[in-house]
Design a protein around this ligand. Structure first.
Ligand code: AMP
Ligand code: ZN
Ligand code: FE
Ligand code: FE
Length: 280
């Protein structure tokens, strides 16, 4: 019995629909799945239905891009109330920033004599939370690049001509927002952001858990983060971060979080909600 608590659909930069994702979840034997699209919860309603159809427990979530001490960190909100008004208002702002950023990235490409149109990116993205992968797909579709890797290497990677920094909320605000929405705040893929030095600050800010298991973490790295989680009394999470088909094989199924670890997260969510209810 396993869970995957970090997954994307075409409501952000994944390629699968919620129905396809849930179908793949069943195929690889998952018993619980979280949807964690970037800066949106729009896919959660459909994912909830699709999971039910497939006999999978659903955990509504999101992945927020945040910042602490100048370091970018991604914070997963798990078990959030997708109808929380404050969360919805903030997410609408993040989505607005993402859409404006697409225009800026395209303008920079145009300066480099790549006549890509913003509409081409928005058509491919077809969602409110567009990002660099959609620009990359548009560059390939319009034959300005031969692969997504080439698009990132030539134009979109940090420091390249069309790279535009993204507005990030403070990690402390992200954690607070997730708690307001009744969820657990989990630091995503800590190894990818060189974030070890900020973990103590995040713990002080109330962060609940650490994504020790991730498709880009080696076993050694996972063990390192299990130790850190133990040291700080953090919950353990894990997910594949599947964005759909990549290198001929989707990442879903590559991370199998034991269901008892998932159940510990659920217990913590219940305690958090009981504490909040007692305060109100
Ligand atoms: P954004 O949120 O718009 O800055 O885009 C970040 C997303 O781009 C990440 O979630 C990755 O999936 C993807 N990404 C970042 N770097 C690369 C890369 N070098 N090649 C392919 N995808 C990348
Ligand atoms: Zn992504
Ligand atoms: Fe991420
Ligand atoms: Fe992700």
């Amino acid at each position: 019995m396993f869970a995957d608590l970090h997954l994307h659909t075409n409501f952000s930069d994944g390629t699968y629909t919620p129905e396809e994702l849930a179908g793949h979840g069943r195929r690889v034997g998952l018993k619980a799945m979280a949807l964690t699209d970037h800066d949106t919860v729009e896919g959660c309603a459909r994912m909830a239905v699709a999971c039910e159809v497939n006999g999978i427990e659903f955990c509504p979530g999101t992945e927020l891009t945040a910042e602490v001490d100048g370091i970018e960190v991604h914070i997963l909100g798990l078990f959030i109330d997708i109808e929380n008004p404050e969360m919805q208002v903030e997410m609408a702002k993040f989505q607005d920033v993402r859409q404006k950023r697409i225009y800026e990235m395209v303008a920079r490409l145009n300066e480099k004599k790549i006549p890509l149109k913003p509409e081409a990116v928005f058509k491919i993205a077809n969602c409110r939370s567009p990002g660099r992968p959609h620009v990359a797909r548009a560059l390939v579709a319009e034959k300005y690049c031969t692969s997504l890797d080439e698009a990132f290497e030539r134009f979109l990677k940090k420091g390249k001509a069309a790279w535009v920094p993204k507005f990030k909320i403070s990690a402390f605000d992200a954690i607070r927002l997730i708690h307001v929405a009744g969820g657990l705040a989990v630091l995503a893929h800590p190894a990818l952001n060189r974030s070890d030095e900020v973990i103590p600050d995040l713990v002080r800010a109330g962060m609940d858990g650490l994504e020790c298991f991730h498709s880009k973490h080696t076993q050694h790295v996972s063990e390192h983060y299990l130790q850190i989680a133990d040291k700080h009394g953090l919950l353990v999470s894990g997910g594949s971060d599947c964005h759909g088909m990549s290198k001929n094989k989707p990442l879903i199924g590559s991370i199998k979080l034991p269901i008892h670890t998932y159940n510990k997260l659920k217990e913590a969510r219940d305690e958090l909600r009981a504490r909040r209810a007692a305060v109100v």
